[in-house]
Design a protein around this ligand. Structure first.
Ligand code: SF4
Ligand code: SF4
Ligand code: SF4
Ligand code: SF4
Ligand code: SF4
Length: 397
């Protein structure tokens, strides 16, 4: 009876997504190949890269649209897999990882010199004005924006942070103040406390602050000047001076999550972002063949590059059929997920032409490149087993 290797597969729900973890237990080593289902787009690059043909497509469209939750966009055969590490290195969405005895490791790079993607996704801190545009527009949640809240926006009880360094000066002319209490009633930064009324003075007297007149808390003041406006005696002055004209904090790109779609670099108002696409190529849509009502590719595209065009006014159509689906080629990174998910045939034609990588091409990498550069199109999925996906190869580049 053979005790080793032993194989197993399990599903875990972790903070960063649902994981399918497969294991190969050897006598002295344990290898784990993990697929992050939530990150996997079903692009199929791993399928073409795997030297053991251990990976096949699952129901890409249904999984990515959220129609099924029991499957993954790709399925890996834990017994056929040699745990070589090629698929994690080739996955452009960081959906796969390989661990040897619990430590993430890629001997294919260390020992065999297998090349890696040469990813360039960066923000020039000098140019970045810490706005919110790139964070809002990124389809992969790859922008990490760590900018303190403007002081007026913080929650009660929480120490206020200063997005822009400033100094506020507040002064009440106590000669004029009648201790009416209106300012303190409207603003939590001002305390209007009256001393006990006595016949000795015959008037209301305030508990004073030697510096500001009335006690005032700078951390609670937004310099809105409502106190200045409301004071019937016009005895309050508020002055704010800025000590920095730049918003504090940092905006960065998480390269593991960035798929190089270039949405952010095209949108940044200060041209602070540089992104180079991992792939280049051609993509063409023939939407006149789309099955009625289908918008699978729009839903699954990880780059939000596919869209439903705004219909032109009827007068401009002149008998022509309006386009159902269109692609913005500038935002496509030629991943191929749409081709795999499309339920029709000959609707999307994709041809990758280059890969941005660093290192020397090994024989295995050249073979993978040849497969990835093969022109392909979508194929009707009805003649395959339920849950299986096929892509039609059209020829070499
Ligand atoms: Fe494979 Fe693409 Fe999924 Fe990565 S994202 S695991 S390459 S199908
Ligand atoms: Fe294929 Fe290697 Fe990935 Fe296993 S680790 S699925 S053999 S590419
Ligand atoms: Fe705004 Fe550009 Fe900075 Fe992003 S990188 S926060 S878009 S200025
Ligand atoms: Fe996000 Fe695309 Fe910019 Fe990467 S290139 S950070 S995925 S918007
Ligand atoms: Fe990928 Fe481009 Fe298709 Fe979007 S349009 S799924 S980026 S190949």
């Amino acid at each position: 009876m053979t005790l080793y290797p032993k194989f197993s597969k399990r599903i875990e729900f972790q903070k960063d997504g649902k994981k399918v973890i497969q294991e190969q237990k050897l006598l002295q080593t344990t290898n784990n190949l993990t697929l992050n289902v939530d990150r996997c787009t079903g692009c199929g690059i791993c399928i073409e890269a795997c030297p053991e043909e251990a990976i096949k497509w699952g129901p890409v469209g249904a999984v990515r649209r959220g129609a099924v939750d029991y499957a993954a966009p790709v399925e890996i055969d834990e017994v056929k897999c040699s745990y070589c590490g090629v698929c994690p290195v080739m996955c452009p969405f960081s959906a796969l990882s390989l661990a040897v005895d619990g430590v993430e490791r890629y001997t294919i790079i260390e020992k065999e010199g297998f090349p890696q993607y040469d990813q360039v996704s960066k923000i020039d801190d000098e140019k970045c004005i810490k706005c919110t545009l790139c964070e809002d527009i990124c389809p992969r949640d790859a922008i990490k924006r760590d900018v303190p809240l403007y002081e007026g926006a913080s929650k009660e009880g929480k120490e206020r942070q200063l997005a822009i360094k400033s100094k506020t000066e507040f002064k009440v002319d106590m000669e004029k103040c009648t201790v009416c209490g209106l300012c303190g009633y409207l603003c939590p930064a001002i305390t209007v406390k009256k001393k006990a009324f006595t016949a000795e003075t015959g008037k209301a007297e305030a508990v004073k602050d030697p510096k500001t007149g009335l006690p005032w808390d700078e951390t609670k003041c937004d310099a809105c000047k409502v106190c200045v406006e409301v004071c019937p005696e016009e005895c309050i002055t508020v002055e704010r001076t800025m000590e920095s004209d730049k918003v504090e904090g940092k905006v960065e790109i998480d390269n593991d999550l960035c798929c190089t779609c270039t949405w952010c670099s095209r949108t940044c108002p200060t041209e602070a972002i540089t992104v180079e696409k991992l792939f280049d190529g051609e993509i063409e849509f023939f939407p006149e063949k789309c099955p009625s009502g289908c918008s699978t590719c729009v839903e699954i595209c990880p780059c939000n590059a596919i869209y439903l065009p705004t219909p032109p006014p009827a007068a401009q159509l002149k008998g022509k059929q309006e386009a159902k689906i269109a692609v913005n080629k500038d935002l496509c990174m030629f991943c191929g997920a749409c081709v795999a998910a499309c339920p029709g045939e000959d609707i999307i034609v994709l041809q990758r032409k280059s890969i941005r990588f660093k290192g020397t091409e090994t024989d295995l990498f050249k073979k993978i490149e040849e497969k990835l550069f093969t022109k392909r199109t979508s194929k009707v999925k009805e003649d395959v087993q339920p849950g299986e996906v096929q892509v039609k190869m059209l020829g070499k580049a």
